[in-house]
Design a protein around this ligand. Sequence first.
Ligand code: PMP
Length: 387
Amino acid sequence: MKFAKNLERLGTESAFAILAEAKKIEATGKKMINLGIGQPDFKTPTHVMEAAKKAIDDGHHGYVVSNGIPECREAVCRKIKKLYGADIHSDRIIITPGGKPTMYFAISMFGEPGAEIIYPDPGFPVYESMINYTGAKAVPYSILDNKDLKFDPEKILSLINEKTRMLVIINPNNPTGSFVEKSAIDYLANGLKKYPNLIIFSDEIYSRQIFDGKEMPSFFNYPELKDRLIVLDGWSKTYAMTGWRLGWSYWPKECIEHIVKLLINSVSCVNAPTQYAGIAALDGSDESINLMMKEFTERRNLIHKLLNELPGVECSLPGGAFYAFPKIKGTGMTGAEFAKKCMYEAGVAIVPGTAFGNTAQDYVRFSYAASRENISEALENIKKMLG
Ligand code: PMP
């Protein structure tokens, strides 16, 4: 077969391969504790599931408009207003099957040979993969220089030149679980005013998963950037809806006709019952989010403590999402060696840091979307493994 050349530049998300490997080992009868996958281990709230069932019973089973049913886009606008006080017109909101297509569409829209796109390393791997796929130059900014694994806004600003088309920010970040607070985002947003042609892509998928009562510094807080801002968010993490495939995004006005064409050329639309479920989630009570965050806080504290008790392992306190990203250099292993040993000797699936970029060779990612019992058992097994 003769494949298109740019396919060679397309990367992948190895967390899925690790999940498959862990399942294979499990199928042989061995116990495997999965701290590899990035999805909440909670159930989608009941009222959300009921809304989808009702939509099916009400006959919402045909195609719907590509950009998302108006009721769903309006629910997103109500939520943005409630959370950030911003007045957004529903024409600027796009509903997609999960948050991921927003990356795919935005990078396809702005990436091409000769263009540069700045992105975090380590960061969610699809960004680098998609930038390379389009032939644009992928320009990473490291977030490992700082002990709390937070990016330095000044460093990001120093990477911008006349070829830079887009800047990607992920906050809170996957894989590091680091959260950058408002003062640093204020500084960055202020610096970005000097580059009026630059598109700002803010991945806020973990915006409702921030610890210690801190406020989410959404880019919706900066109205002066609104006309060149893309915000990726969605239901997957906030409402434990990863498998439903439902995401929303905000786009500059000029992008809308292109995004609608991209949708029509690819997925057509998100199925209607899922969009009705999404409305119920946004308009319903936040009780499920609060309960989930209470549990995630306990687990974060537990895993942070247990990781720092391991010989040769250091871990900063995660500020958001549900990941811990320890440096394991002191064990004498690379992240890849450490993760492999954990899988085969300790029965614990985790992801090596290099799955998220080249700079994270001495790191591994633990997802603590697992019960406290499983977290304790996994860390006990790793402790024994390290002797
Ligand atoms: N952004 C980040 C930073 C993520 O970690 C993920 C999923 N792990 C996504 C976006 C995509 O989410 P979805 O499952 O809704 O496509």
